[in-house]
Write a new protein. Sequence first.
Length: 258
Amino acid sequence: MDTLTFIGTATTLIRLGSFTLLTDPNFLHQGQRAYLGKGLWSKRLTEPTMQPGDLPPLDAVVLSHLHGDHFDRIARHELARAQPVLTTEKAARKLRSWDFDARGLRTWESETLTRDDETLTVESLPGIHARGVMGALLPPVMGSLLTHRVGGEVSRRVYVSGDTLTGDHLSEIARRHPEIDVAVVHLGGTRVLFHTVTMDDVQGLDFLQRVQPKTAIPVHYDDYGVFRSPLADFERRAQQAGYGDRVRTVRRGQTVTL
């Protein structure tokens, strides 16, 4: 049975067949601060529902980019090193210096895990964290397409958006991958130095219209003070546009069947 467990921020456990993946490990406790780079910090407002010691054995970690609300100091010190971390090339270089088996993927490049007659392919998809001057200051980001196959046949496709703004790169993803079963959508309308660097409710709707996932699971929307776009605004906008039946909100700590 394929499932997703929402731990908090963009941290989820995704089980596809016999494979178990962790996304964007953020285990800081409520009240602790995450380092966002360039001397910027943000306080966590929520409590994650798991810590590294609570996790099952992992087949891989999928990381959008190396920011403190996606890979924090707890993950750095306590996360097991046994599994690969699939991420951007820049993040992989830093993670390898911390003794992780980090594998950097270029856009559209993929890595495949195999077990008996099952495979799980993780493909790096384009993402844009910010544009203009702000884009040059922030680390590169990637989305991830998780394609699970049994006996060579696709059983499920899950798109983890990563911290991206909307734009034509999403239309290109939809052109290449027109059948997305589930999209895990990073929202929050994060504001850093007066710039929006993750999708707000308006961009979130545009994401749905471009990508057309069968189901969208919002994450990354209320855990830090820099998140400025409430989940309710996205839910309302999606409902008004006729996408309400595609949005599936998962509570922190809840496990849902995909």
